[in-house]
Design a protein around this ligand. Structure first.
Ligand code: DC
Length: 228
């Protein structure tokens, strides 16, 4: 059987830079599978919280990993659904509590090792656009294209504020900005697989450009590098 070469696109960057929305839209346009790795870390984190463990406690979190059955699939509309020991937790993992705790839980080497093969496996089987923090540096160092998608912390907090507003939830901008910076701090300064651009990553800064412009640029970069 003929095997077409699998294409992999790695998109890394800080939280709130629009990675998942942009990566999903680009994947759809290019006919690639979108893999949201943050959702996988969030699912582990939800398990840790449910079990009443402290997400910062490396030993406590590591001890729970063998019991956390993490699986995923895609619904007919292409949305990635996450399961925790068989339960669909796709919506639960989006809470602010999980967001904050995930950045602690994801800092433990045991957690990262636990999820590494699962992520690599997906890219072996399918052509993917995978987003996360260490995709270009650790998970898929041989990716065909690596993009570091970023925006200023103010722009990211403002977008989050608007997003909440649209959902009818009133957010406090200063608090959102503090939380954005706190998560950056955690993600960039941890010892295990910190958030940083791969040496061969192309940086796309969306501070001054809107969603459509960002998407057009992202697709252009991927097409240039892959010939898609
Ligand atoms: O992208 P996100 O906000 O859903 O990610 C949730 C947390 O998981 C975030 O704090 C960083 C962490 N994460 C990570 O460390 N490595 C990844 N590849 C993806 C996410």
């Amino acid at each position: 059987m003929e095997h077409k070469k699998k294409i992999s696109v790695a998109i890394d960057g800080p939280s709130g830079a629009g990675k998942s929305t942009l990566a999903r839209a680009a994947a759809k346009e290019l006919g690639l599978l979108y893999v949201d790795t943050g959702a996988i870390y969030r699912t582990v984190t939800l398990y840790v919280l449910r079990r009443g463990a402290e997400p910062k406690d490396a030993a406590a979190v590591a001890a729970l990993l063998p019991e956390a059955g993490i699986t995923m699939d895609y619904d007919p509309s292409g949305l990635q659904r996450m399961y925790l020991n068989g339960e669909d937790v796709t919506d639960q993992i989006r809470s602010q509590e999980v967001s904050m705790a995930a950045s602690s839980a994801a800092s433990h080497p045991a957690v990262r090792a636990f999820l590494l093969e699962m992520q690599r496996d997906m890219a072996k089987r399918r052509s993917v656009v995978m987003d996360g923090r260490d995709i270009g540096t650790v998970v898929l160092p041989e990716a065909d294209v690596k993009i570091f998608l970023t925006a200023s912390s103010e722009a990211r907090a403002r977008r989050r504020w608007l997003e909440l507003q649209q959902r009818g939830v009133s957010g406090d901008f200063d608090q959102l900005l503090r939380e954005t910076r706190e998560r950056d701090e955690n993600d960039m300064n941890r010892a295990a697989a910190p958030l940083r651009p791969a040496a061969d990553a192309i940086t796309l800064d969306t501070t001054e450009i809107n969603f459509q412009e960002s998407l057009a640029r992202l697709i252009e970069i991927i097409r240039e590098r892959t010939g898609l």
